[in-house]
Write a protein that binds this ligand. Structure first.
Ligand code: G3I
Length: 345
């Protein structure tokens, strides 16, 4: 008996042969842990509440969550002064119970604003001074409510146009460019520990947008404004080339002292789905994670929904879809397997 135990001990203690893969992650949480980042997903609150299989995959795979819509202004204050926190609260509580960190999305945006606000600005019943106060109260109220529970906030979302000019939102038009600095300052005051981000799409590759966004960050830093991160949404499509310079772009923001996150990754395709398209999609997901991991301060890699059952893509791009890591039945796609195969550089 004894020699057998000794032999077994020797086998177990022997070093792995050089070609053996020492670690194969069991799921995305495991992968994220090994790489020292968080892998997240946007969450559809109705699905979270109503679909047990959705919850199961979300909690098994993801260690970070973002509300797809529930923290946007029209969701939390549909009528002036009447707050509807139930959905956002539910997500934050769910995350707490499941060891998930939370990205708050989003404080200042030109979209999904409540009608009372946009119509009030349009008909002049809300003037610039009041609008500024409304924005300050909105940021303060929402950030304070989740103080200590939100790892990072998308403070300003999509403030730059694709041609590099500033977006003519109601904020810029009525408050002037200083609204961005104000928003960061108000958010910081309400939760000094939350990481505060500027977030945008096409920032992966669009030179004009990249340059303007970099100069916004430098300008804010020069004024001592608390800005901590740059978020790359990453809404990609296989009909376009993969943004091959993305890692370098991330590094340019990291060089300014910011942390980096991929905040809304998805990779859409023209339907119908084919094995070739799924293979290309898998490659895009793999490259995106590899790019993030190549930048030391890339802390979070979040997908904009994890299942094709609930994705914004078909509703916005007719004829396109299948953009997520899992199919409608929550079966993992090649893209999921490709992520699991991403090893340390
Ligand atoms: O709220 C109404 C609801 O009352 C109604 O029953 C339902 C019927 O269609 O519509 C609901 O509103 C929809 C809302 O999502 C909530 O489900 C809107 O029509 C729909 O346009 C809206 O789309 C969201 C979109 O942002 C709006 O801009 C998508 O779900 C969401 O994925 C998408 O997310 C954005 C990020 O926030 C920022 N970056 C781009 C990204 C994709 O567009």
């Amino acid at each position: 008996m004894k020699p057998l135990i000794i032999a077994l001990a020797l086998v177990l203690a022997a070093p792995l042969p050089a070609h053996a893969h020492p670690w194969k992650p069991s799921d995305l949480r495991d992968l994220a842990r090994q790489h020292g980042i968080r892998i997240g997903s946007a969450v559809d609150i109705a699905a979270l509440r109503g679909e047990a299989d959705y919850r199961k995959v979300l909690d098994r795979e993801f260690s970070h969550v973002t509300a797809e819509n529930a923290m946007k202004w029209e969701s939390i204050e549909p009528d002036r002064g009447a707050y509807t926190w139930a959905d956002a609260d539910a997500l934050v509580e769910h995350a707490r119970r499941n060891d998930q960190r939370v990205r708050g999305h989003t404080l200042v945006w030109h979209n999904q604003l409540p009608a009372w606000l946009t119509s009030g600005v349009e008909d002049g019943t809300i003037d610039a001074a009041e609008l500024r106060k409304i924005l300050r109260d909105h940021i303060t109220t929402e950030v304070r409510r989740y103080k200590g529970k939100i790892r990072a906030w998308d403070v300003v979302n999509e403030v730059v146009n694709d041609d590099g000019t500033m977006r003519q939102s109601i904020w810029l038009t009525h408050l002037g460019p200083g609204y961005i600095a104000d928003a960061f300052r108000w958010a910081h005051r309400a939760d000094p520990h939350a990481k505060l981000y500027i977030n945008d799409y096409n920032l992966e590759w669009n030179a004009a947008k990249i340059e303007t966004t970099l100069s916004i960050v430098k300008d804010l830093q020069a004024q001592g404004v608390p800005i901590h991160g740059a978020g790359f949404q990453g809404h990609l499509g296989i009909q376009y080339d993969y943004p091959g310079d993305w890692a370098n772009v991330m590094r340019r923001f990291a060089d300014l002292g910011l942390e980096i996150a991929v905040t809304e990754l998805d990779v859409r395709m023209e339907l119908p789905v084919t094995p070739e398209k799924l293979a290309t999609q898998a490659d895009y997901y793999r490259r995106a994670l590899t790019d993030c991991l190549s930048v030391k301060v890339c802390r979070e890699f979040t997908v904009w929904g994890f299942t094709d059952r609930h994705s914004w893509v078909p509703g916005w791009f007719p004829g396109q879809g299948a953009a997520c890591l899992f199919d409608e039945n929550l079966a993992p796609k090649p893209a999921y397997q490709a992520l699991l195969g991403v090893t340390k550089a």
